[in-house]
Design a binder for this molecule. Structure first.
Ligand SMILES: Nc1nc2c(c(=O)[nH]1)N[C@H]1C(S)=C(S)[C@@H](COP(=O)(O)O)O[C@H]1N2
Ligand SMILES: [Mo]
Length: 205
């Protein structure tokens, strides 16, 4: 598998893509809740989160709007570690920000060792526009799955669409399979990019 998935263009820019305003998060009453189909419902304060083991990963990100960034350093708490404490029963997550009513569904099988609740990017606290002080980071899927200003992790028994999934984005969003949009919209998207060279088909699984 090539490092840059099919249909992506590498950039050094870090575009801000937000469907809403950038919220101000008051850390003194911040809670991260893990709830739903779990054996152990959890709610963490900012201080509790900061006392947890942090992991640091060098990972690529791929946005469905076709930009990719390679080799950024992300720091946060491993999502697998957090979920382990909650004892999930369901196989799907909904990653939510109640601040801006954003959500993204993620199948549990795409939560890997690089997935985290992230606080730092390239050695600095995450900028507000990029989801600071806290965002989800699910690097195995297109970047819309990485909910900014994260405060809720719901475990679900059945898959349900989140914000963009209701508006035409793919339920799964695996960039190695180019799962961008619903089938019909994929066709429109292809028309928009018809000028792009299609010489790396071997990237595809
Ligand atoms: N809360 C929230 N999270 C979000 C979004 C959003 O609009 N609101 N946009 C998503 C999309 S479509 C992308 S590509 C990335 C963009 O993150 P960035 O603005 O840090 O580049 O965040 C994702 N997470
Ligand atoms: Mo996106």
């Amino acid at each position: 598998m090539a490092r840059v998935p099919h249909g992506q263009i590498v950039t050094k820019a870090f575009p801000v893509l937000s469907a809403s305003r950038t919220p101000d998060i008051d850390l003194s009453d911040y809670r991260l809740r893990i709830y739903g189909s779990v054996g152990n419902e959890l709610s963490f304060s900012w201080e509790q989160l900061m006392a947890m083991p942090m992991s640091k990963k060098v990972v690529d990100i791929h946005c469905v709007t076709r930009w990719s960034r390679l080799g950024d350093t992300w720091e946060g708490i491993s999502l697998k570690y957090l979920l382990g404490m909650a004892k999930p029963n369901g196989q799907f997550l909904m990653l939510r920000s109640s601040y801006v009513s954003y959500s993204a569904n993620v199948p549990m099988e795409y939560v890997n060792d690089d997935s985290m609740v992230a606080f730092r990017f390239n050695g600095k606290p995450l900028e507000k526009e990029h989801g600071g002080p806290v965002r989800a980071f699910i690097p195995a899927l297109y970047f819309w799955k990485s909910t900014k200003w994260l405060d809720g992790i719901e475990v679900m028994d059945e898959d349900k669409p989140g914000f963009w999934e209701k508006r035409g984005y793919n339920m799964r969003g695996d960039y190695n399979k180019e799962e961008r949009y619903w089938k019909g919209l994929n066709f429109v998207n292809k028309l928009m990019f018809f000028g792009q060279k299609d010489d790396d088909k071997e990237n595809k699984k």
